[in-house]
Design a protein around this ligand. Structure first.
Ligand code: G3P
Ligand code: MG
Length: 259
């Protein structure tokens, strides 16, 4: 398997349980509540999404705009951290979550870094270098998280730059079926020369043959997003290494019943 020893130490012959954007079925996605709940459910780790605020802070949020998950409107990149912190990032999921805030990557590592492995997804499809990779690498090092994170992105240029910024930290290339085949090939070509320790496919693309081929190329197969127990079982039977789910409680039970 891959030469990245810290990443290999994660698996120990078992399929890992990750909460996608935290326990995002039960709690507001990408919030401390959602990450803590994933830990309480017994997840091994969480996936989260990061991008820059206007003043260059690394914030944890999925959409390019704040409209879907907060009480504000506009692009994340147009707000300072202080402005983003004034927004309610929980009420969209129910009154019980009112007052939840958009966290920074720093705050997530502080809250759950000792309990959970973390898949940091670098958002942003532009090829322009904006410095996000070096900032994220610096935050990871400062929190002593280098052996407890994996970086992923749909953007091959972000993975190239992250590998340069932090050569020892594992990376995984994200891809999904809906992207036309020629664009996926182009994307892969841009990665040429950068070896990735993991493949992060949409689970709908995966088959047993797919897993065999990735393993042959020394890549772990970390899939997203499975919420149905039968599909989780099928993915395990195909040989995947890590499953991301909005329902890590359901996934935990499926994995434990197979152990
Ligand atoms: O990292 C896996 C998955 O989160 C990628 O897609 O849109 O949910 O961030 P998205
Ligand atoms: Mg994501």
């Amino acid at each position: 398997m891959s030469a990245n020893l810290p990443l290999e130490a994660w698996y120990q012959g078992r399929v890992l349980c990750f909460g996608h954007r935290g326990a995002s079925y039960d709690a507001p996605m990408n919030t401390i509540r959602a990450f803590e709940l994933a830990a309480d459910y017994g997840a091994d780790g969480v996936e989260l999404d990061v991008m820059f605020s206007r003043d260059g802070q690394v914030v944890v949020i999925h959409d390019e705009t704040i409209d879907g998950t907060t009480d504000g409107h506009g692009r994340v990149a147009d707000f300072t951290l202080a402005e983003l912190k004034a927004l309610d990032a929980g009420r969209f999921k129910g009154e019980a979550f009112a007052g939840e805030r958009i966290p920074t990557l720093d705050e997530v590592f502080e809250a759950v870094g000792k309990r959970l492995l973390v898949n940091v997804e670098l958002k942003g499809l532009s090829f322009r270098a904006d410095g996000l990779e070096a900032r994220v690498a610096e935050i990871i090092r400062r929190h002593g998280m280098a052996e407890r994170v994996i970086i992923s992105s749909f953007n091959p240029m972000r993975l190239r730059r992250f590998r340069q910024a932090a050569p020892g930290i594992p990376i995984g290339f994200l891809h999904e079926d809906s992207v036309p085949a020629h664009l996926r090939l182009l994307s892969r070509a841009l990665l040429l020369g950068v070896s990735t320790e993991a493949d992060h496919p949409d689970q709908r693309m995966v088959s047993a043959a797919y897993v065999v081929e990735q393993h042959r190329q020394n890549r772990r197969v970390n899939v997203w997003v499975a919420n149905d127990p039968d599909r989780m079982t099928a993915l395990c039977e195909m040989g995947v290494d890590l499953i991301m789910s909005d329902r890590p409680d359901v996934l935990r039970k499926v994995l434990d019943s197979r152990a």
